[in-house]
Ligand binder design. Structure first.
Ligand code: FES
Length: 109
């Protein structure tokens, strides 16, 4: 699937161990800095509609604020119920200080 990279901020805006939600390309994306490496995944928990950016990030693991499911933000893997479905992840690349997230072309699910 073809992807377009969209700017999502700068490296200085997101310190290691922090995360934030970004609304781009019609999606709610969770962008996390895990030990200096940036990872992007869907921000909405696969269990219900909670925003994972309101949860807690420890290492690569984000805990949902609503019912406590945990996901690996690097792989999207759901590690703890009640969520059973993995998060979708997106490629991230850096251009200088700029963080770019690769999103599927508009119009594709
Ligand atoms: S909404 Fe995330 S675990 Fe229920």
């Amino acid at each position: 699937m073809a992807e377009g990279y969209i700017e999502a901020g700068t490296v200085a805006e997101l310190q290691p161990g922090t995360m934030k939600r970004i609304d781009i390309g019609g999606r709610r994306i969770l962008l996390a800095n895990v030990a200096g490496r940036f990872h992007a995944a869907d921000d909405t928990c696969t269990h219900e509609e909670a925003s994972l950016s309101a949860g807690v990030l420890k290492g690569a693991l984000v805990t949902c604020p609503l019912h406590g499911s945990r996901f690996n933000v690097c792989t999207g893997e759901a590690l703890e119920e009640p969520a059973e479905e993995n998060l979708r992840t997106y490629p991230v690349r850096l251009e200088g200080e700029r963080i770019l997230i690769g999103l599927p072309e508009a119009g594709t699910p």
